[in-house]
Design a protein around this ligand. Structure first.
Ligand SMILES: NC(=O)c1ccc[n+]([C@@H]2O[C@H](COP(=O)([O-])OP(=O)(O)OC[C@H]3O[C@@H](n4cnc5c(N)ncnc54)[C@H](O)[C@@H]3O)[C@@H](O)[C@H]2O)c1
Length: 312
């Protein structure tokens, strides 16, 4: 297949690009390199340094490259930045997605949209949260992802397309910058390996759903190959407390870890975990990487100097 990956120089996008190339697909990347890095890209991938907010240039690229699939991962991913500058977040995450959908129309390409399970379901959502729970996002980032999802669904109804949505939980793995949505795993691993005590905000009993980047990439491949519309949660299958996460990192690293505790961050969800049975039954996808195994990969990657390439 010929696949265009927006955000392909980012954490998840660069792993996805590697996996697509490894199975013989042609890959074109659109990335403005605002947080992504060219060094993460396999030289076989063609990079267009471009923002998805530039509708005209984006359409030109899509018209000339003629992808069959567009995996749309380019995004402003920092939740706190979305609170400080919601207009910029909406410009990239909402308008950027509309631009991708419009560009896809010119080439008849199918869009696989990277949404967020962690930011969409509100604080009262039943755990694990299913796809049909009413989304009540708690941040401009979550609202923008939800709004973009609505456009994806609207395009399917309006234009008869087969676009689809993956709602990812907290993705973690090698190449992840500490600042991202799930950067906590990288930060804690780096702390523990350096002999520092990780800082937990709150009492550590808040829960999250961690899914390994390699498993996430397989969900993209399954969604791309399915050729059907849909919205699927992508999670690790377990609800994990932050205290448990720190304990697992300590065990993997072979260090005794004594976390320090700071006051909870305002607005932080107490519980978050997604139900994944829809992706399992409809896409044949399930996570395969136990948390300790994924954490071991992150620790090895950090101990190797956190290289831009390799490690999945
Ligand atoms: N990491 C997670 O836990 C997680 C969870 C749920 C959803 N997501 C979604 O997955 C996608 C990838 O996330 P990631 O963790 O790899 O983040 P990332 O920041 O590593 O990757 C995002 C990429 O998009 C690029 N980008 C940003 N703005 C752009 C723009 N205007 N035009 C073109 N490129 C632009 C960045 O340079 C970067 O390479 C995002 O859409 C994010 O919202 C991530």
């Amino acid at each position: 297949m010929r696949v265009l990956v927006t955000g392909g120089a980012g954490f998840i996008g660069s792993h996805l690009t590697d996996a697509l190339l490894a199975r013989g697909d042609d890959v074109v990347v659109v990335d403005d390199l605002s947080s992504g890095r060219e060094a993460r890209l396999d030289p076989q991938a063609v990079l267009h340094k471009l923002s998805v907010t530039e509708a005209g240039s984006l359409t030109e690229v899509v018209e000339s490259e003629r992808p069959e699939i567009i995996c749309h991962l380019a995004a402003q991913i920092n939740v706190r930045a979305s609170v400080d500058a919601p207009e910029h977040d909406a410009e990239v995450n909402v308008v950027g997605t509309v631009n991708v959908l419009e560009a896809a129309r010119t080439a008849g390409a199918r869009v696989v949209f990277a949404s967020s399970g962690g930011a969409l379901y509100g604080r009262d959502a039943p755990i694990p949260s299913r796809e049909d729970v009413l989304a009540l996002p708690e941040s401009p980032y979550g609202i923008a992802k939800y709004c973009a999802e609505q456009y994806v669904g609207l395009y399917n109804r309006l234009h008869g397309t087969q676009h689809c949505v993956l709602r990812m939980a907290n993705v973690y793995g090698p190449r992840q910058d500490p600042a991202g949505e799930a950067g906590v795993t990288t930060i804690f691993c780096a702390n523990v390996l350096a002999g520092q005590d990780p800082v937990i905000y709150g009492d550590g009993n808040q829960t999250r759903d961690f899914v390994y980047v390699g498993d996430t990439v397989r969900a993209f491949l399954a969604a791309a190959d399915s050729r059907r519309p849909g919205t699927w949660n992508v999670g690790g299958g377990d609800e994990i407390t932050v205290l448990d996460l720190v304990a697992i990192i300590g065990e993997v690293a072979g260090h005794v870890v004594t976390p320090r505790f700071d006051p909870p961050k305002p607005g932080e969800l107490l519980r978050s975990a997604v139900a994944i049975d829809r992706a399992t039954s409809e896409l044949g996808w399930r996570p395969l990487t136990p948390l300790a195994e994924g954490i071991a990969a992150v620790c090895e990657w950090i101990e190797s100097g956190a290289p831009e390439r390799g490690w999945c």
